[in-house]
Design a protein around this ligand. Structure first.
Ligand SMILES: Cc1cc2nc3c(=O)[nH]c(=O)nc-3n(C[C@H](O)[C@H](O)[C@H](O)COP(=O)(O)O)c2cc1C
Length: 359
């Protein structure tokens, strides 16, 4: 099984940091579904952490259900990243990840993220300093990792050499999103180019990332690139059970089946409960109004349910709506099977017709 320095993981599948989405509630939810080796906080600004900015402290919150917890920091060589890393160690980080891939102007123009791909010599000096600080402060218990893109643009594919250099100063693992900064999220992730990073490093694990939406993609990305594990981001927002399915596929050669309709409803109920517990009822209502659209994509014909969630003004009304849709006959039904049931119930004749009416 995969190790990040001294940290042993139960699965080679990582939940990606997605700013604004992979909060504590979401991380716990994904872990409870199974198959997640490690999950990371959203990227956190080193200065904001040290100032104690409430929003950043909320991002950093973790607990016993969120283990092992990776905390992601961003900044440049002028920023107090070493001090922020010490803070993170003292507040529950089991792994510290440095963001070297964020393409968003606010981050990449001045603070860090992908900016670190533009001046690799400077980035290496920063990384060396950070590894030493983290190692000293955690007595070797907390490893440092880096998450990068392939490079700023096609003419500057720095990831292979940078990963090799980072390894030489003690970085324990690198994750590579197979796009360039200038691409943002356009085009598709280049899984072959991730393979160049795998070939460049001497021994640390490389995690491949980008466009994995199905269990089979995990196998394909690992086969094409030779990477040691896979990080999944956007697809986890729709299908938090993907990790479990993919891990089963890796272990047995067959993916576990898509969860039943009722399982998915229970998952949404659990998510609601987790958001309410960790962020309060008001936030839970707002969050779930947004998230039900993503969950709903895997539910078949549930327009009335989505509508009920979108218009609910409190969590109890949301809960009632979800419970109302839970039916014994859906216990073992996947989306297609249930949609068939629903088609009968609603007088629709075919699945195609049903999905064309889908909200
Ligand atoms: C809205 C959004 C926010 C993101 N925030 C972060 C972040 O905070 N830190 C980070 O390293 N990557 C961030 N990413 C990139 C993802 O972690 C991941 O590398 C990317 O989405 C590709 O993987 P995917 O195709 O599985 O989503 C973000 C991506 C999106 C779409």
């Amino acid at each position: 099984m995969l190790r990040i320095g001294p940290v042993q993981l139960d699965s080679p599948l990582f939940l990606a940091p997605i700013a604004g989405q992979t909060d504590l509630a979401m991380r716990i939810l994904c872990r409870e579904q199974g198959g997640v080796g490690i999950a990371f906080t959203d990227l956190m600004n080193s200065r904001a952490i040290l100032k104690g900015a409430p929003r950043t402290l909320e991002l950093a919150s973790t607990n016993g259900l969120d283990q092992p917890c990776g905390m992601q920091l961003y900044g440049n060589s002028e920023d107090p990243l070493p001090e922020a890393a010490i803070w993170a160690i003292e507040h529950g980080a089991r792994v510290i990840d440095i963001n070297m891939g964020c393409p968003v102007d606010k981050v990449a123009k001045k603070h860090g993220g992908s900016l670190l791909l533009r001046d690799c010599a400077n980035t290496m000096r920063l990384a060396e300093r950070l590894v030493k600080t983290i190692d000293r402060h955690s007595a070797g218990r907390v490893p440092m990792t880096a998450k990068m893109r392939l490079g700023w643009d096609r003419e500057h594919r720095v990831a292979p050499q940078l990963a090799r250099d980072l390894e030489s100063v003690g970085v324990a693992l690198v994750t590579v999103h197979g796009r360039y900064t200038v691409q943002f999220f356009s085009g598709s992730a280049d899984w072959h180019a991730i393979g160049e990073v795998v070939s460049a490093v001497r021994g640390i694990p490389v995690i491949g990332n980008g466009d994995v939406t199905e269990p089979q993609h995990v196998v394909e990305l690992m086969r094409i690139s030779g990477c040691n594990g896979v990080m999944i981001g956007r697809a986890a927002l729709r299908t938090p059970w993907l990790f479990k399915q993919a891990l089963t596929l890796l272990e047995t050669g067959e993916a576990s089946p898509e969860p039943s309709f009722n399982h998915k409803l229970r998952l949404v109920l659990r998510h609601l409960e987790l958001i309410e517990r960790h962020m309060g009822a008001e936030r839970a209502v707002g969050e779930m109004r947004q998230r039900i659209a993503w969950y709903g994509k895997t539910f078949g014909h549930v327009k009335p349910l989505k509508e009920a969630i979108r218009t609910a003004t409190n969590t109890q009304t949301m809960r009632d709506a979800l419970l109302e849709w839970m039916r014994p006959e859906y216990e073992h039904c996947s989306r297609v099977e249930r949609t068939g049931f629903n088609a009968e119930l609603q007088g629709f004749s075919t699945f195609a017709e049903d999905s064309s009416r889908n909200g």
